[in-house]
Design a protein around this ligand. Structure first.
Ligand code: MEV
Length: 443
């Protein structure tokens, strides 16, 4: 008898979890049990660390860990680790890195590192009264978390400011404390959230205990206290520029001349500023690069993406994060993107491959990692748009995807080599590859 719901699942051992899952949900329980077991790390200690990342871990989900070499960023050469499943991304990043390598490389500068958090609360007194007592509240909040901030202050960070924002015209009695933070080399989510929750407690205590508060003003309701993933002041700018003549070869291969290619490239970027449908795909290309670095270094790609897309819509319309300028004989491509990243804390030292990535990158500061991620995002965007305005992306994409199709169709090594030769000069499609294999097998 199948039992598709359970209580106490998290208390089972991993073997028991797999057994229950296989028994009740798998089409082939034995294969599922064996399959999930086969992806465990051979070192039990490492596996225990990985299992500790989430609840109910039953196996590991593997993605390729790739390297894009030849990245010149701020005159330093990097071989950048990328974690991504999409066939053509690493090839595109590597090609773009190589293109810019001899053209001055990619430059990047951090414009700010401020992170934000909020305490949302309801208070039914006079708004002017709250504003008047806010300096005393602020002092109380800061004094109340001295123990939490001491270490961060030693590293040069801490709480930068606390503002009181009045939203009562939009929602009755709703106010917000908006705090800003410097979290140095850590992404800082735990630091910020701990402080915000402490602010919430201190706010409650201020209103219940303070002598300057009258009895009719004592009611305060802290709704929630949490960091904001929108960090428009944690920002990095990356750019690359080169004479338009640099495009001579690529343009010739596409039956164009360099100025035509450069103009078409710039037009494609302008289209992504005008049209949100195109902007979404354009920015997705940027995040193909950024996310892959963020994943490889154990950072939070959901936070990075959520923030970037909100930033892309900051003037009320969703737009391209990158821009392109042609001036005189020069082509300049740039990207400004918010990136809240850490190189200490979180998974950065716990995940063996995240730690490895940071080591390969020379153990960068958070600011250096922001520059690297933005540069890879710019390179990825450059490669995608350059393909789109010349050959189209399917040519390169399907060439890379050929391996996936061959594996899917169970091609042998011999068949795969024959296919590589054949599809070197023929368009790749799933049906084309299937037909090719059928013909090979029939002969
Ligand atoms: C595919 O993952 C990304 C692209 O669609 C980006 C773009 O269109 O700019 C190629």
């Amino acid at each position: 008898m199948k039992s598709t719901t359970i209580s106490g699942f998290s208390k089972l051992t991993k073997t028991q979890k797999i057994a229950w899952l296989a028994e009740n949900f798998a089409s082939d329980p034995a294969a599922t049990t064996a399959g999930l077991a086969s992806w465990q790390h051979p070192d039990a200690g490492v596996q225990r660390v990985i299992d500790g990342f989430t609840e109910n871990a039953v196996s590991n989900f593997v993605l390729p860990y790739s390297i894009a070499p030849n990245f010149r960023i701020n005159d330093r050469i990097y071989a950048v680790p990328l974690v991504i499943e999409e066939s053509s991304v690493v090839a595109a990043a590597s090609a773009a890195a190589k293109f810019w390598l001899d053209r001055g490389g990619i430059h990047a500068r951090v414009l700010g590192t401020v992170k934000l958090g909020q305490v949302h609360f309801i208070w039914k007194g006079e708004p002017s009264r709250l504003k008047a007592i806010f300096p005393a509240i602020r002092e109380r909040l800061l004094a109340n978390c001295a123990d939490l901030t001491a270490n961060m202050q030693k590293r040069g960070g801490g709480i930068l400011d606390i503002e009181l924002l009045d939203f009562t015209e939009l929602e009755p009695f709703y106010y917000q404390l908006r705090a800003s933070f410097e979290t140095c080399d850590s992404m800082g989510a735990n630091f910020i959230n701990s402080i915000l929750e402490r602010f919430g407690d201190a706010l409650n205590r201020f209103f219940t205990e303070s002598k300057e508060i009258s009895d009719t003003e004592r009611d305060v309701e802290v709704v929630m206290a949490i960091l904001s993933n929108y960090t428009p002041q944690c920002l990095v700018h990356a750019w690359a520029e080169t004479p338009i003549a640099s495009f001579d070869d690529v343009a010739r291969q596409a039956g164009m001349v360099a100025p035509e290619l450069a103009e078409r490239f710039a037009l494609a970027v302008r289209i992504a500023r005008i049209d949100p449908y195109r902007a979404t795909t354009h920015n997705k290309g940027i995040y193909n690069g950024i996310d892959a670095v963020v994943m490889a270094t154990g950072n939070d790609f959901r936070a990075v993406e959520a923030c970037g897309h909100a930033f892309a819509a900051r003037d009320g319309q969703y737009r391209s994060l990158s821009s392109c300028t042609i001036y005189g004989e020069m082509f300049r491509f740039e990207l400004t993107v918010p990136l809240a990243l850490g190189t200490v804390g979180g998974l950065t030292a716990l995940h063996p491959l995240a730690k490895q990535s940071l080591d390969l990158l020379g153990n960068p500061s958070a600011q250096e990692l922001m520059c690297i991620a933005a540069a890879v995002g710019l390179a990825q965007n450059f490669a995608a748009v350059r393909s789109l305005v010349t050959t189209g992306i399917q040519h390169g994409h399907m060439k890379m995807h050929l391996t996936n199709i061959l594996n899917h169709l169970g091609a042998s090594e011999l068949e795969a080599s024959a296919a590589a030769v054949h599809f070197g000069i023929h368009a790749v499609s799933f049906s084309g590859v299937r037909a090719f294999l059928e013909a090979q097998r029939a002969s």
